[in-house]
Design a protein around this ligand. Structure first.
Ligand SMILES: NC(=O)c1ccc[n+]([C@@H]2O[C@H](COP(=O)([O-])OP(=O)(O)OC[C@H]3O[C@@H](n4cnc5c(N)ncnc54)[C@H](O)[C@@H]3O)[C@@H](O)[C@H]2O)c1
Ligand SMILES: [Zn+2]
Ligand SMILES: [Zn+2]
Length: 318
């Protein structure tokens, strides 16, 4: 979905507290074409927010879930989408930090702010609103806020369901942004860019001068490259089975690139050759178990400069 474009004009005030009928892309079964159809969106309940989605993009996690790759995720009809930006249409009881008209970005990995995880510096996986691709209803009452025009429930995805003109989220899964920032670009902050840059910056805490390998140069991998460049990595090796990815990768900071299909040795050996023994940090961004293993084995085993080695896979979570 390239983006549901609209004007950021005032919201129809009379809709607050009422059901909204709007268009959404509904998935009716694993891999079946998304159907753009009219859906009903209930008003936000306690501590929930209803958002008018202005832009939404596709992440690979939407594709995997839509295909129903994991049987437990096969809940239909469902509205996918989690990378987006929009405007608050109305808020439910108890929401004090957002109001109608605020510019916002949905986040699938919400924060209640109170649980033991939210208070811990080592994790951002909230007990109540953590990323959970199996969740398909609201936390409040275990029900859906979407229905077909015949009143049948349509299920949520990843706390967000942004392939809809309007969606309801827990306020813990919404972040307010400054009104002057371009909402069109903000969608990527919802997932791809924050996942990749966050993996480098927060999880691995990449040090200046270090070496980095990135497996898979899609949205997440490119954001890892950008993060590694910003942290001053000396060598950033991109590995992708699609050689065209090198051009974009170079623009984002990749210094070396190879296509595993073009080399006649295991990837880890090629990386060892380039770096003289393996990288300091390795990021798996393809979502593939074999790649995960190769990424892990591409780190070097002894590191005099750093206290321990780093291996990170954003794809382990989803
Ligand atoms: N944990 C999280 O928060 C989080 C967030 C976003 C995405 N993800 C996951 O991260 C993965 C990547 O997402 P994306 O949106 O960047 O995907 P993408 O489809 O944009 O990019 C994937 C890239 O991997 C490459 N690739 C595929 N197989 C490969 C292989 N064997 N070796 C090397 N490269 C290979 C592809 O050519 C492509 O360039 C997916 O599995 C997605 O579900 C996790
Ligand atoms: Zn995503
Ligand atoms: Zn919490």
């Amino acid at each position: 979905m390239g983006g549901i474009e609209d004007k950021t004009g005032p919201m129809p005030v009379e809709m607050a507290g009422k059901v909204i009928t709007c268009k959404a892309a509904v998935a009716w079964g694993p891999g079946l074409p998304l159907v753009i159809e009219e859906v009903r969106v209930d008003p936000p309940q306690k501590m929930e927010v209803r958002i008018k989605i202005l832009f939404t993009s596709i992440c690979h996690t939407d594709l995997s879930a839509w295909q129903g790759e994991n049987e437990d995720q096969q809940v239909y009809p469902r509205i996918f989408g989690h990378e987006a930006s929009g405007i608050v249409e109305s808020v439910g009881e108890g929401v004090g930090d957002m109001k109608e008209g605020d510019h916002v970005v949905p986040i699938f990995n919400g924060e209640c702010g109170d649980c033991v995880y939210c208070k811990c510096e080592k994790t951002n996986l909230c007990e109540k609103f953590r990323v959970n691709p199996f969740k398909s209803v609201m936390v409040n009452d275990g029900r859906s806020r979407f229905s077909t025009k015949h009143g049948e429930p349509i299920y949520h995805f990843l706390n967000t369901s942004t392939f809809s003109e309007y969606t309801v989220l827990d306020s813990a899964c919404v972040v307010k942004v400054e009104p002057q920032v371009p909402l069109k670009k903000m969608t990527l902050l919802s997932c791809g860019v924050s996942t990749g840059v966050g993996a480098v910056w927060n999880s691995a805490n990449v040090k200046a001068g270090s070496t980095v390998a990135i497996f898979g140069l899609g949205a997440v991998g490119l954001a890892v490259a950008e993060g590694a460049r910003a942290r001053g990595a000396s060598k950033i090796i991109g590995v992708d089975i699609n050689s065209e990815k090198f051009t974009k990768g170079k623009a984002m900071g990749i210094t070396d690139f190879f296509n595993p299909k073009d080399v006649d040795k295991p990837v880890r050996e090629k990386i060892s050759e380039i770096t003289g023994g393996g990288v300091d940090y390795s990021f798996e961004c393809a979502g593939n178990l074999d790649v995960l293993r190769e990424a892990f084995l591409s780190t070097h085993d002894v590191c005099p400069a750093f206290s321990h080695l780093h291996f990170h896979s954003p794809t382990l979570v989803l």
